[in-house]
Design a protein around this ligand. Structure first.
Ligand code: 5RP
Length: 219
């Protein structure tokens, strides 16, 4: 199976986690696009969605799925999103699509995070995928220096990208994220960091992994 077919498979499988009559948290990315297309087939069974990006909002609205402002919602049963890497404990690197801050906000509203990914995303230790960090533009160089000093990481500004929140993305290479919670906690304290793309506090409770043998459920 191709990677696109695996993404379609998990996008479809995630429908089983959608709670009828509820508002669904919806992430961002090519795997989530497959989920959104699948979700449209049951749009009459849900109240709507809360979205993690302008792109996902536009896709859902085009398919007739009502999108709610996150400020009007206290809690949702489930958030469904992809990942750039996921380890065996459910911690993830996210932000390849630059939507990490809104993704963490919607994940925070959710009782359960269901990650959908193809099997290439499952890793023993995270860090091969460059870690995305959303930063206030004036702090980019200082945050990059801190990564070099604290973690020997090399941070570069993602060219041509401004987030939905008007900020920059640093991509940090050369990391071995052996303690995701500790790194997430520390980096989030650095002035100018809006969100680090480690999802340790908001890790996945369930991961639907697309494999050539079908969907494997972890967690
Ligand atoms: C966007 C994300 C995505 O979930 C992540 O990049 C995975 O994307 P894809 O499904 O296209 O591989 O975190 O900010």
């Amino acid at each position: 199976m191709t990677q696109d077919e695996l993404k379609a498979l998990v996008g479809q499988a995630a429908l089983a986690y959608v709670v009828p009559g509820s508002i669904v948290g919806v992430g961002t990315g090519s795997t989530v696009n497959c989920f959104i297309d699948a979700l449209a087939t049951m749009k009459d069974q849900i109240r709507g969605a809360v979205s993690s990006s302008v792109k996902s909002t536009e896709r859902m609205q085009a398919l007739g799925i009502p999108v709610f402002d996150a400020n009007t919602i206290e809690s949702i049963p489930v958030y469904i999103d992809g990942a750039d890497e996921i380890d065996h404990s459910g911690c993830m690197i996210k932000g390849g699509g630059a939507a990490l801050t809104r993704e963490k906000i919607v994940a925070d509203l959710a009782e359960r995070f269901v990650c959908i990914a193809d099997e290439s995303k499952l890793v023993p230790v995270m860090g091969r995928f460059p870690l995305p960090v959303e930063v206030i533009p004036m702090a980019a160089a200082q945050v990059a220096r801190r990564f070099a000093a604290s973690y020997r990481g090399t941070a570069t500004v993602r060219e041509g990208v401004v987030t939905d929140n008007g900020n920059l993305i640093l991509d940090v290479r050369g990391l071995q994220i052996t303690d995701p919670l500790a790194m997430e906690t520390e980096v989030n304290q650095w002035p100018g960091v809006v969100t680090v793309g480690i999802f340790g506090r908001h890790k996945a409770q369930v991961c639907l992994l697309g494999t050539s043998q079908g969907v494997k459920t972890l967690g």
